[in-house]
Ligand binder design. Structure first.
Ligand code: GLN
Ligand code: ZN
Length: 762
């Protein structure tokens, strides 16, 4: 009998009830005991669903009060010193303090969980002595057993992954840290074994990244230690998100099962299995249902994968699994009533994926009989989507094939453009500007609501937006900024806004996924050929420009960011999708230029996020990402100035690609990358226009003039003053009115000081 299993289930609930409970608790509206009760209800409900669907091995301890990495850290008593914690079970006040900050102590940093849009809390090891504070997996196991009779599979983050994702220790301390952590893991596992737990899933996604010889050595000693300590516990050593780099070493570790991703790491893992084989005494956890994608699987194709695997593993040693935790997909398609039927029928979110896994296990066990109807139904819906007119915009396909065959290039090189643009704009040295958005005040949000509900008609809403533009154009002039923006008051979200106006997109009603903590996002779905239908930003930009003599930048979100923040179709490559987006956005760029807008900013904050985990795939991704940006922007006149903006993560190791984007001006966040970016400009000179954010917009604090002066001076040590711009480090939409105005006034003052000091020299 082949078994089915899941690596983790979404926490947020069908209607984001998890999020609401957390926020109610934080705001003091929910008592702690009631809060625990509500979360338990949610948790049990998720287990019940998996039980009812018939999943064989149901994960427990995948649920969290915030984040599973934070759970692991607090379970091991890894609490930064600045939080007052005296040992024992970690109170919620400390737990949430680490996640969100308290009035006395800053929150821990958070960062992306591998190449997903989920963010985990980075454990801080410095100065702490770990100790097991409670055995969470054991509690979760008992709960599932007592309440529902489920023989659960506790999930824990493995020691190597945990350590490598932590900070506050040096490489040379790895051994000593493992020395401290392993006994705690052992104690935890021994308690599980003593309880009679059958399977435990130890997540080691770090195994799909590049490991050093030392790491591999550590891996061996970790799992040898476990094998000796808990001989009767079945350990599923679980990897995901890519193929493993050290297949041979990994499959010879002394564990009962090895979990591999046969969706995102398909080719790598399949070729390893073919080359090396699979040990006959082990169980293979075959991740064949995509835990990150939203599409229904072709069950026939999946059966073929299982068939291919069965050459190496007998069916009784095979578990069909999701490729990773279902945390990364929405809960269910069930409540989506507004989607095109050909799209809706082809979607599978978490709950539907449970069904797929169970069906596949059944199909294999029964030798393919008894599931014919399901297989046929599956073929039918997938074909309907394939034949949808949305996926068959021939003119788009031809146009995109045509332009992607060429090397997109501005008509003259930057040095020449730069002179032509200087002549046209006559900007002072160190031009000042902002990143695009101004505060989305309660009033702005209210207006949008009224309009969306139909209480306001289009004209009323447009009038309101124009008023906001008037106010902020005047303010920007008064503050003394050189290059203005219209403020983006008409946009809620920089991807959704464009997705709603382009063809080829769909929006779910409830398709939320957790991004970090209680924050959820509802990514658009790019399911058809993307097409430009009508100008999207021209009205507001043109209006803003009509109100001032100074240049107003047009504002677009770039193709790579739109793609990386959406769920995308899988019948064509991401590269092709990026080119379709680029082609559509290029038409917007041209429309802006046509309307007399001479500076156009194409934001690409999410380029870095799409970077493949495998180093060998990165150059290719960057090449087509750069190409897509250039496709979007290359057709404008020499005197039209193309800007771009990047933020959110570390860019210092991709400066070459950024330069190749060939934007006339880039504004880039530096305040959170701890000087690494500035350092990288010491190593290579950046030859195009650049503004390093001189203050951090993520804090409500008003930066002092001197702070910004020193930021400017620091940057000017490595950047050409003739190409240097001054701006905040990101859009201002989350800030208040007063703080924005005061901060920008200080920024202009700092600029004047810098101008006085440097203008004689250039
Ligand atoms: N232009 C956008 C804004 O200012 C950029 C946002 C971003 O970088 N994420 O809001
Ligand atoms: Zn930004």
């Amino acid at each position: 009998m082949i078994k089915s299993s899941v690596l983790g289930y979404p926490r947020i609930g069908e209607d984001r009830e998890w999020k609401r409970a957390l926020e109610a608790f934080w705001s003091g509206k929910l008592e702690e005991s009631e809060f625990h009760r509500e979360l338990q209800e949610i948790r049990l409900n998720h287990l019940r669903k998996q039980q009812e669907k018939g999943v064989d091995l149901i994960p427990v301890n995948d649920f969290s009060y915030y984040d599973h990495v934070l759970d692991t850290a607090t379970m091991f008593g890894i609490i930064p010193k600045r939080f007052s914690y005296e040992g024992g079970v970690v109170p919620l006040s400390v737990y949430y303090g680490i996640a969100r900050g308290t009035k006395d102590a800053a929150a821990s940093e958070m960062t992306k969980w591998f190449n997903t849009n989920y963010h985990y809390i980075v454990p801080e090891l410095e100065g702490v002595s770990p100790a097991l504070t409670e055995n969470k997996p054991l509690l979760a196991y008992r709960e599932a057993k007592e309440k529902l009779g489920i023989e659960g599979k506790p999930v824990i983050v493995g020691p190597l992954t945990f350590l490598k994702l932590s900070k506050g220790y040096s490489k040379s301390e790895t051994d000593s840290w493992l020395g401290k952590l392993l006994p705690l893991y052992v104690q935890l596992l021994q308690e599980l074994e003593a309880e009679g737990v059958q399977w435990v899933q130890i997540d080691e996604p770090i195994l799909v990244t590049k490991l050093s010889a030392d790491d591999v050595q550590h891996l061996k000693s970790i799992y040898e230690t476990f094998a000796a300590a808990v001989p009767n516990l079945n350990i599923m050593l679980q990897t995901y998100f890519e193929s493993v780099a050290y297949y041979k070493e990994i499959v010879s570790l002394p564990v009962t099962g090895i979990g591999l991703d046969f969706v995102h790491g398909f080719s790598g893992n399949i070729s390893s299995i073919k080359e090396v084989g699979f040990p006959s005494d082990k169980i293979l956890g075959a991740g064949i249902i995509d835990g990150r994608g939203i599409w229904k699987a072709s069950l026939r194709e999946k059966l073929k994968v299982i068939e291919a695997l069965s050459e190496f593993v007998t069916n009784d040693r095979l578990i069909v699994q999701s490729s990773c935790s279902l945390l990364h997909v929405p809960v269910t398609v069930r409540n989506e009533t507004k989607l095109l039927s050909e799209l809706r029928n082809a979607l599978a979110f978490a709950d539907e994926k449970l069904g797929e896994l169970v069906l596949l296990a059944k199909a294999v066990s029964s030798g393919g009989t008894g599931v014919t109807a399901e297989l046929e139904e599956c073929d039918r819906v997938l074909q309907a989507l394939e034949h949808s007119s949305e996926r068959n915009r021939k003119e788009i396909q031809h146009a995109v094939a045509d332009i992607s065959g060429q090397q997109p290039k501005r008509s003259v090189p930057f040095s020449e453009r730069h002179l032509a643009q200087q002549k046209r704009w006559q900007l002072p040295i160190f031009p000042t500007t902002t990143i695009g958005s101004f505060p989305q005040s309660a009033e702005v949000r209210k207006a949008r609501q009224l309009w969306r509900k139909g209480d306001w008609d289009n004209e009323q809403y447009a009038d309101f937006i124009r008023e906001q533009i008037d106010i902020w154009i005047k303010l920007q002039e008064e503050i003394g900024l050189d290059v203005l923006v219209h403020g983006e008051f008409e946009r809620t979200d920089m991807v959704e806004f464009f997705g709603e106006k382009l063809a080829g997109f769909a929006f779910t009603q409830f398709g939320w996924v957790q991004s970090y903590g209680s924050r959820c996002v509802k990514p658009p779905i790019i399911f058809g050929d993307v097409a430009f239908e009508e100008a999207m930003t021209v009205e507001e930009t043109k209006y803003a420009q009509s109100k001032t003599e100074r240049p107003v930048k047009g504002m677009l979100t770039g193709p790579i960011t739109i793609m990386n923040w959406s769920f995308v179709r899988e019948d064509i490559s991401r590269e092709q999708i990026a080119y379709q987006l680029a082609y559509a956005l290029r038409q917007e760029v041209e429309a802006l230029e046509e309307a007399g807008i001479g500076m156009i900013q194409v934001d690409e904050p999410a380029v870095r996020e799409g970077l493949p985990l495998k180093e060998e795939d990165q150059a290719n991704y960057l090449a087509w990402a750069v190409k897509a940006f250039r496709m979007t922007t290359c057709t404008v006149r020499d005197t039209t100035q193309i800007h771009t903006h990047m933020c959110y993560c570390e860019f210092h190791d991709m400066i070459d690609s950024i330069e190749e984007m060939d934007a006339d001006v880039i504004s880039i966040e530096t305040s959170r990358s701890h000087g690494e970016l500035i350092h990288s400009f010491e190593l290579n000179t950046y030859k195009l226009g650049i503004g390093l954010g001189v203050y951090d917009i993520h804090s409500p604090r008003i930066p002092r003039v001197e702070e910004m002066t020193s930021m400017i001076e620091r940057a000017l040590r490595v950047l050409d003053p003739k190409l240097f711009w001054i701006n905040p480090d990101c859009g201002l939409k989350t800030r208040g009115y007063q703080e924005t105005v005061e901060s920008l006034r200080n920024m202009v003052e700092a600029t004047q000081i810098a101008r006085a000091k440097h203008s004689l020299k250039v």
